[in-house]
Design a protein around this ligand. Structure first.
Ligand code: PEP
Ligand code: MG
Length: 752
């Protein structure tokens, strides 16, 4: 049975259309269970009817014509109850409805199971038998198991929807889910990221005219090199120069002896150019494929991408691609190169099948102010070109060919955001001060050199969290002390005298270093953040020395320690920082003493907060991880994304305990997780007595607006009310009402 189940699910996954998928299901299930009838009904919104979409056994002409409300019929009963209904003689049930189109009076035995996704009934899977019979538990278990696995593929087939034969009034309105990569919403035309033709499908053939083949290949090389050059040029001001150097490196590979030289050699030996290219790319990629290091193995893909691009030109294709006016770049694995291919003014959104919010592409999208959805793994990429898509970068959702209602809703939101942006302009230059005159420090989070100019031009009080992972991730080895000094110095110098909080390396978890593979069953509970740093003092010392050296003569450095879960970790890290400063002083540097803070993002640190705070100068709460660990909800798992809420009562109680503990020992408390960028969250943080907020650059004006619209006492009263609730939803409502009353209703994100 397991084998049959797996095969059906696999085939449904591979089906090209919803219609095909459903027909396959009914055919296979009828055979596997040896029943007279198998049918699928799907819920259509609006008007909320169950429609017969496919059947094997009933009259096929009934497809699309048999419809019922979930309050009618035994099929409706399955949907209404959202549980299996097993009837020995359906005709005798009080809910039985007779549809003459189906010839159904002949079928008495009935077993229906709901198809459910995220608590919503999408449809009903039914088997029927002529004779009265009660289906046994095996049948029921089989259908329940199958239905549970079919919900996903059905939604995707439906959204991919080549129009089905069945007339459908409107699409189901259901979005495809990924994870939020960069905030914002956009409506645009999908353009599938260039992938070129498959080199492996090139046939063998002799070269008809050797010189002509060589010339064609050399022209293709020149065009690819031009492409790379253009990409590099376009990414100026967007990517740090060290990343842009990547394009030069690719250009060199394309023109190298090992690649170009070998292709020409093969052509001269009699092979036609495409096959010569195929074999050479295979040969070059194989060198990397066998490497144990995952980062170097990845380079094999780069080689194949270059090969595909060369082939496209060889075959007379390619050239400057015409991008839609409002391009949503879509791909199984959108790369930085793909992004750089497009003129920035045409790019309105990004959707990638792979990657997370911490992928380079997501970071870049944020830097460009373009919404992105990552990890949308089940998207039917091959069939998206030219279709209209809505990218909801707040919630990680995608709508393909949105219905007029969905489209309208998002157009409204886009207009409201534009309106808001104009309103927010007025915040510039005003102090972040509550209505009762209390100044709140408002910092920004950053981690991208390319962003520093903009941060500098903003009126932020400084950088509250500089994630130092980026320069580590984009290299193929640990950056040297000098390289790090150069990067940190740029940041510290640009912002001086405003403080800059450099966080020590926080890799591991969802941020693996390509050249430092850590194989773990459970990376979020494993070797990450400060744990790696303390186990590798040579890496930590290099980083701390670089931070300290970068601050020479400036005095605006603050060092932040991530993932602290024990007092001992702070003691050890502080000892190493002291040692680094001493070493540097022996080497003749005069380094001002930095302020050092601990991040609170693990439940143990909540309980230890007072002791931790005593040892450091400040504490900074990382709500992204704190919520993840407190609520046991993976922050990157779309399946449980709705549960990752900073308004959960447990989080609020923890935040209260934290602020009180730190204040008891006279330390300032900041929040640098996403909660501080959420207007609703800001009210709570102000009410809890948080001293400073570090927010994403885009959120700076709106957070300031919130700060300037309330008194601390008003916020504290709201917190008192919020602490009485037992769920996040009423807390969210309470806060939205407060924003509304303060005239900030526009800041409330839909469903946020
Ligand atoms: C956090 O966990 O809230 C945080 C700010 O750190 P990061 O998102 O980089 O893990
Ligand atoms: Mg964190």
């Amino acid at each position: 049975m397991l084998h049959v189940l797996q095969r059906i699910v696999q085939e449904v996954n591979d089906a090209e259309t919803l219609e095909g998928a459903l027909e396959l299901i009914v055919r296979r299930v009828r055979r596997a269970l040896a029943v007279d009838v198998c049918s699928v009904y799907l819920m259509r919104q609006p008007p909320g009817e169950l429609v017969l979409m496919a059947t094997e056994g009933l009259d096929p002409r009934a497809v699309g014509r048999v419809r019922m409300s979930p309050r009618e019929g035994v099929v409706g009963l399955v949907a209404e109850r959202a549980e299996p209904v097993n009837l020995e003689d359906a005709a005798r049930h009080r809910r039985y409805l007779y549809f003459p189109e189906t010839g159904e009076e002949r079928y008495r035995g009935f077993l229906g199971v709901p198809i459910v996704q995220h608590r919503r009934v999408l449809g009903v899977l039914v088997v029927q038998q002529k004779e009265p019979r009660r289906f046994d538990d095996e049948h029921s278990a089989f259908l329940v198991t199958l239905a549970a696995q079919l919900a996903g593929p059905i939604t995707h087939a439906e959204l991919a929807g080549v129009p089905a034969r069945v007339p459908i009034e409107a699409d189901s309105g259901l979005p495809l889910e990924g994870v939020a990569g960069a905030p914002g919403v956009a409506i645009g035309t999908a353009a599938v990221a260039y992938s070129g033709r498959d080199l492996e499908s090139v046939p063998d053939r002799p070269a008809a005219d050797v010189e002509a083949e060589v010339a064609a290949f050399e022209a293709a090389v020149a065009r690819v090199q031009e492409d790379l050059h253009r990409m590099k040029h376009r990414s100026e001001g967007v990517l740090p120069s060290e990343d842009r150097a990547l394009f030069d490196a690719y250009g060199m590979i394309v023109g190298s002896e090992a690649l170009s030289g070998r292709v020409v050699e093969r052509i001269r030996a009699g092979q036609w150019a495409p096959a010569a290219l195929r074999d050479t790319i295979r040969e070059n990629a194989a060198v990397f494929e066998d490497m144990p290091d995952p980062y170097l193995r990845e380079r094999a893909q780069d080689i194949r991408d270059l090969g595909a691009r060369l082939l496209l030109y060889l075959e007379g294709g390619g050239g400057q691609r015409e991008w839609p006016q409002r391009t949503v770049l879509v791909g199984e694995n959108v790369t930085v190169g793909d992004l750089a291919d497009i003129e920035p003014k045409r790019l309105v959104g990004v959707i990638s099948g792979q990657g997370s919010a911490s992928s380079h592409v997501a970071i870049l999208a944020r830097a460009l102010g373009v919404p992105a959805v990552m990890g949308a793994a089940d998207l039917p990429f091959g069939r998206l070109e030219g279709r209209e898509v809505v990218v909801d970068g707040y919630h990680g959702r995608i709508f393909i060919d949105p219905s007029p209602q969905v489209r309208q809703e998002f157009e409204r939101l886009i207009a409201a955001e534009a309106e808001l942006a104009r309103g927010l302009q007025t915040m510039r230059g005003l102090p972040a001060e509550t209505l009762d005159g209390e100044r709140v420090a408002l910092y920004v989070n950053s981690g991208l050199l390319a962003e520093i100019n903009v941060v500098f031009q903003s009126d932020a009080d400084g950088i509250g969290l500089y994630r130092t992972e980026f320069p580590f991730i984009v290299r193929d080895r640990f950056p040297t002390e000098e390289e790090q000094v150069a990067i940190y110095r740029q940041v510290l110098e640009a912002m001086a005298p405003r403080p800059v909080t450099l966080r020590t390396l926080d890799v591991g978890g969802d941020k693996p270093l390509p050249y430092f593979p850590v194989e773990e069953e459970n990376p979020f509970l494993g070797w990450r953040g400060i744990r790696i740093s303390l186990d590798h003092p040579e890496i930590f010392m290099t980083q701390v020395r670089a931070m300290l050296r970068a601050s020479e003569g400036l005095g605006n450095l603050r060092i932040l320690l991530p993932m602290i879960s024990a007092v001992r970790e702070v003691d050890e890290a502080l000892a190493l920082i002291r040692r680094a400063r001493m070493e540097l002083s022996e080497e003749g540097y005069e380094i001002p003493e930095p302020r050092v803070g601990a991040m609170i993002e693990v439940p143990s640190a909540v309980y230890l907060c007072e002791r931790l705070a005593r040892r450091v100068d400040f504490v900074s709460i990382g709500t992204n991880d704190l919520v993840q660990y407190l609520l046991a909800v993976d922050r990157n798992n779309p399946q449980v994304a709705a549960l990752h809420s900073s308004l959960h009562p447990a989080v609020l109680h923890a935040l209260r305990a934290l602020t009180q503990a730190a204040h008891r020992v006279g330390r300032k408390v900041g929040v640098c997780g996403e909660m501080a960028s959420d207007p609703a969250g800001v009210i709570l943080l102000l009410g809890l007595g948080v001293d400073d907020l570090s927010v994403t650059l885009a959120a700076l004006p709106r957070v300031k607006w919130v700060v300037r619209s309330f008194t601390r006492a008003q916020c504290a009263a709201i917190v008192d009310q919020a602490l009485d609730f037992e769920d996040p939803e009423p807390v969210r409502r309470l806060l939205c009402e407060a924003l509304d009353r303060a005239g900030l209703g526009g800041l409330v994100r839909p469903g946020g």
